[in-house]
Ligand binder design. Sequence first.
Ligand code: SF4
Ligand code: SF4
Length: 269
Amino acid sequence: MANCTRCGACCASFRVDFSASELDTNSGSVPCGLAVDVTDNTSRMRGTDHVPARCAALTGKLGQKVGCGIYEWRPSPCREFDEGSDACNHARRRHGLPQIDSANFPIVTSPNIVLREPQPGDLGWVIQQHGEIYAREYGWNQSFKGLVASVVAKYQRDLQPEWEQAWIAEVNGQRAGSVFVVRKSKTIAQLRLLILTPQARGLGLGGRLTDEVIAFARAKDYKKLVLWTNQCLTAARAIYTRRGFTITHSELHEGYGSPQVGETWELGL
Ligand code: SF4
Ligand code: SF4
């Protein structure tokens, strides 16, 4: 991994085929909007069979700074691809990048993670990130961004600091995620707007933000924590499941330009 965030050559060299069971529509994690069907049982990362190849999930500039937009949810061939392997060096040669000696990787330094209260400009960033990330990864339309804007506006307008809180996560000094907790009633708190940038995935940050909300709600003596999400958001759902949330209601809706299953989850505190 030490070289990967400055490389991306394999994501712009090889076809990436995987079992269709890994798609989020089949209870897997790979966003179906970024894949194409090859057969009934096989899917392919979109763009990896183009000439020149470039996976639709790859962000940034090859050989300089890159990221996988679905790092936490990437398909199994990407998880199994070894830095420093023959295939890795083959891809790097193709893109004019120096060879890697697998026995001599540089040491990876830990990212510096900070969770802090919002500062001027942060709430606008939360809206913009929701709009951009969900449009790119799920094809959601502007009505979703509008919903997020209304949640943020209400938070800002009606904030009860004793009962409500928001956190912005920073990784190495850059905004990387958010989560909010708001007061639904005297006994019920609601978790909202949990999001991570693609570059911040895989660091356990989604879990840390959720844990902050749970600890805050317990400290305020709320009896229950609720949230609303969508069935396709498998990584977030896994975080909630691991912390004991359960689904209490689900319904079909057409809110963001395609049919979705909305879900209400709750956790007794
Ligand atoms: S080609 Fe090798 S170094 Fe480059 S991103 Fe792929 S695994 Fe990492
Ligand atoms: S899913 Fe991510 S890791 Fe896999 S090829 Fe695409 S950009 Fe690379």
